[in-house]
Design a protein around this ligand. Structure first.
Ligand code: F6R
Length: 348
């Protein structure tokens, strides 16, 4: 594959690769944005994050990040309905980059009706108008980029707001570490090296279906993000699952025909610190199930804090998805099918 400079001018006219490379800077800005959110009154009894697609994955990341840290439920809503428990004691983050996603707006209207404390995170649209009319706090993020490339803006302000307001532990240092770790992964020299991990993975994915497995539930949203980015950037099918759950069903599915198994490219996402039993499960599953896969690779998180570990493995996948688009000769930026679907829905 050519160097990044060559690739940028040829196959990536709208600059998706540049957007991925800007992740460290976006992380720093996104962290600062959440600092202005003031949560007054009683501590929340539950946290809900509403959002779809590129604006929903931030909620999944929030849930996994807070699992060991806060003693209240953290629930992600990716549909029109709002769970029955949501009431005036619930803190609801409403995330939509465009501000015009109908599932998100519907669930938000119900949260507002129930008197929940709502914080909208958006670049504008109807969500911004409604949140301002309702007197709800809004975090306004920069407009003009594809929502999936704005991931830090749809994730970190929630974490920063919870950290600043004492709902979770103080995470400023971990956020700074995450940006630094990303800067290392996205460094020019590292990216241009032919041995670059993301380039290697893109080559393994070519003509195969990527199968992304998280070795630990902590990395489940990262596996999902890899799948989503492969779908939207590389315009290809991909699947994801997580250990240990996949050992109770999907592992049996590896009994599929040999020519189909050879079409699957497995990547196992590891956190350097997963429990020994999980590590053992991956080893045995490699042996029992992946033997006939077209390729098997392992990617390990970098950094110390939870934010760096999550975002580092996401950055490797984001890059691989753009490199795969370039290998396939498809423009990583447009998502015409999503646009068309939204258009047709709005007309009906
Ligand atoms: C597009 C993308 C989509 C959108 C989703 C929701 O880049 O990633 O998954 O994020 O259709 O739209 P927004 O983010 O505007 O609420």
């Amino acid at each position: 594959m050519a160097t990044d400079t060559g690739l940028r001018t040829a196959g990536d006219p709208q600059g998706m690769l540049d957007l991925v490379r800007r992740l460290p800077e976006v992380c720093r800005r996104a962290w600062a944005l959440g600092a202005d959110v003031a949560l007054s009154g009683e501590p929340p009894a539950a946290i809900v994050a509403i959002g779809m697609g590129g604006s929903g994955i931030g909620g999944d990341l929030l849930r996994t990040l807070l699992l060991d840290d806060v003693s209240i439920p953290v629930v992600v809503v990716k549909e029109y309905r709002l769970p029955a428990f949501v009431d005036a004691k619930t803190l609801v983050f409403v995330c939509s980059y465009s501000g015009n996603t109908e599932e998100t707006l519907t669930a938000y209207a119900e949260a507002a009706r129930r008197g929940a404390t709502c914080v909208a995170i958006t670049s504008g649209g109807t969500l911004r108008e409604r949140a301002q009319a309702n007197g709800h706090q809004t975090v306004i993020v920069p407009a003009g980029i594809p929502p999936r490339a704005a991931l830090p803006y749809l994730f970190l302000p929630m974490v920063s707001a919870l950290s600043r307001n004492g709902v979770t532990r103080v995470l400023d240092e971990e956020a700074a570490e995450a940006a630094d770790v990303l800067a290392g992964i996205l460094d020019d020299a590292e990216l241009d090296a032919p041995s670059n991990e993301s380039r290697r993975l893109a080559a393994a994915f070519l003509h195969r279906i990527p199968v992304i497995y998280s070795a630990t539930p902590f990395l489940e949203p990262a596996a999902q993000r890899w799948k989503d980015q492969l779908n939207e950037n590389a315009k290809t099918f991909a699947v994801w699952n997580t250990f240990p759950e996949l050992n109770h069903n999907e592992t049996v599915g590896w009994g599929l025909d040999a020519d189909l198994a050879a079409r699957l490219a497995v990547v196992v996402l590891h956190d350097g610190r997963e429990a020994e039993r999980l590590r053992r499960r991956v080893e045995i599953t490699r042996d029992l199930a992946f033997a006939r896969a077209g390729s098997v690779d392992e990617v390990t998180t970098r950094g110390t804090g939870a934010l760096a570990r999550l975002l580092s493995v996401i950055a490797v996948g984001d890059l691989a998805s753009v490199y795969l688009a370039l290998l396939r000769g498809v423009d990583p930026t447009p998502v015409a099918v999503i646009e068309e679907l939204k258009k047709r829905l709005s007309e009906s």
